[in-house]
Design a protein around this ligand. Structure first.
Ligand code: BES
Ligand code: MN
Ligand code: ZN
Length: 523
């Protein structure tokens, strides 16, 4: 099993010398089933020995509760009494547990409210909350889901899968992974199975993104991430992966990308993954910040808390890779290109100095006033590549870009910026559908905020999040473009909703949905 292998790798690493990085082998996992051991079954079969039976109950206007008619009258009366005692009305998230009911086929009965309607994101959260409680309790689980639609059932199963991912490669003794089978008893098993199958590529994309985000900076440097990504897409014959080496990055003129990583022994790479599902049309490009560690450079992040967990600064790039994999897995009829500039923002005698001027791929001369504003530098060349080399018909970039964004909208929303109504509308819908919320901030009127006296533009300005956006806009030029600042959204140190602890894969489902929405609207 893969778990054993990684424990071995860690042991070896520790034996060699303290500080020797965990080898990257064993870190890439191939398929959906390598990630979650739990299984979902949708065909109706009669079960006798059930560990946990979940009864989903909708909220009715008249306050009545419908219990399954197939249960005998005594059992129904007993349950109805208990529910009344607990003032259970079927409100979303309400839950009552009944243990060891006499002559009952399940050891535990969880009666769970689904509310009067159950939107996709809420269904996912409900599934996740069940998954969080099921650990260790059960091998056989039945969810009685009559009255729910096949997509609602699929969303609940998807939420469970998302919650059940674990990043335990760095644990000396990983806790056992959740390992149970959930039997969904809804109205139409085949339809639910088909709807669930549509969610699996999304979950797989999220898992790969989380793996990448979670890798510590000394193990997940640019080349390692590029290789991991190549490996992750190697099973997809309609994805072409191209990796540009540091020499090629330099040769092609991507001096902004190159400059961010030049102080590190791990120089910059450019990863491009192209999924072709749409014939000859120009692709939609997703450009993601893949800064594999952010020390700030010579504008060193000086407080321990601001440099902590800056291995997650590659979350935008991880989201882009995951979204392209998800779309390919769903056979979406679209051409999509993922562009991920990979850098390691470190200091040394060869690092870029504050005040240095870098020349980007499009020829723009950039005064690097602050080496900690590195994300926009690498994205500048990523966006240039998407526009100039791929002829993208639209570009979305996504990045853990500014603390200023966190101050403005916090970490439950990302901030989006665009002058293009079509792109914005598709993004807002995608945010609502996936629960990966976005909030629009204005691009203007902020003319001149990145003007430089020395070069063509400078990499900082005020207000901070807008300066980042305006800087990127300079490189998108007239290509329809939208910018997502996801600083603060990338991870949590504890589990929350559909996310276990660690990198959460924010952006994978948002971007995949956005591409589909934008394309379907005839753009
Ligand atoms: N990666 C950071 C942004 C960030 C901050 C991500 C907090 C996640 C949590 C980015 O590269 C950065 O350092 N931004 C600076 C920009 C400033 C120097 C203009 C910032 O926001 O402080
Ligand atoms: Mn930075
Ligand atoms: Zn950064």
């Amino acid at each position: 099993m893969s778990m054993k292998k990684s424990v071995l790798a860690l042991t070896l690493g520790t034996l060699l010398t303290a500080g020797v990085a965990l080898q990257n082998e064993a870190l890439a996992q191939a398929s959906f089933n390598d990630y979650v051991q739990t299984q979902h079954k949708f065909e109706h079969q009669h079960m006798n020995d059930v560990d946990v039976l979940v009864l989903l109950v909708a909220e009715n206007e008249d306050g009545s509760i419908a219990l399954p008619q197939m249960w005998d009258a005594d059992t129904r009366a007993m349950i109805a009494n208990a529910l009344e005692l607990e003032e259970f009305t079927g409100k979303q998230g309400q839950q009552v547990e009944l243990l060891a009911l006499p002559n009952f086929y399940a050891k535990r009965l969880w009666v769970v409210g689904t509310g009067s309607e159950l939107a996709r994101a809420d269904a996912e959260k409900l599934g996740a909350s069940l998954a969080a409680q099921l650990n260790d309790k059960a091998e056989t689980v039945v969810v009685h889901a009559k009255g729910l639609s096949d997509t609602q059932i699929a969303a609940m199963a998807h939420g469970m899968d998302l919650r059940n991912y674990r990043f335990d490669k760095y644990k000396s003794e990983p806790a056992p992974r959740p390992d149970y089978t959930v039997h969904w008893h809804g109205d139409d098993g085949d339809a639910a199975a088909a709807a669930y199958a549509q969610t699996q590529p999304l979950a797989h994309g999220v898992f790969v993104a989380r793996d990448i985000i979670n890798l510590p900076g000394s193990d997940g440097y640019p080349q390692a991430i590029a290789e991991l990504a190549q490996e992750a897409v190697s099973g997809y014959d309609d994805i072409k992966a191209t990796v540009y080496t540091p020499e090629q990055v330099k040769e092609m003129g991507m001096g902004a990308l190159y400059g961010v990583s030049q102080g590190s022994q791990h120089k910059a790479y450019l990863l491009v993954v192209e999924y072709s599902g749409g014939g000859d049309e120009a692709p939609i490009a997703l450009v993601g910040k893949g800064n594999t560690f952010d020390t700030g450079g010579y504008n060193l992040k000086t407080s321990g808390s601001s440099i902590a967990r800056m291995q997650t600064d590659k979350a935008g790039g991880a989201a882009v890779l995951g979204a392209v994999m998800a779309l390919a897995g769903k056979d979406a009829p679209i051409n999509v290109a993922g562009v991920v500039p990979l850098s390691h923002n470190l200091i040394s005698g060869s690092a870029t100095l504050p005040g240095d001027v870098l020349i980007a791929g499009d020829g723009t001369r950039i005064e690097v006033v602050n080496t900690d504003a590195e994300g926009r530098l690498i994205l500048a060349d990523g966006i240039w590549y998407a526009r100039d080399k791929l002829n993208a018909r639209a570009i979305a970039d996504i990045a853990t870009l500014t603390g200023s964004k966190v101050g403005a909208v916090g970490t439950d929303y990302s901030a989006v910026f665009s002058d293009h109504e079509d792109l914005l509308a598709a993004m807002k819908t995608a945010g609502e559908e996936t629960g990966e919320l976005v909030w629009q901030l204005p691009l203007g009127p902020y003319d001149g905020i990145i003007d430089s006296w020395l070069a063509d533009v400078q990499n900082v300005g005020s207000p901070g999040a807008q300066a980042g956006a305006r800087f990127l806009q300079h490189f998108a030029k007239d290509t329809p473009w939208i910018h997502i600042d996801m600083a603060g959204n990338a991870y949590g140190t504890g589990a929350n909703g559909i996310h276990p602890a660690g990198g959460n894969g924010y952006g994978v489902r948002l971007l995949a949905e956005w591409v589909e929405n934008y394309n379907a609207a005839g753009n």
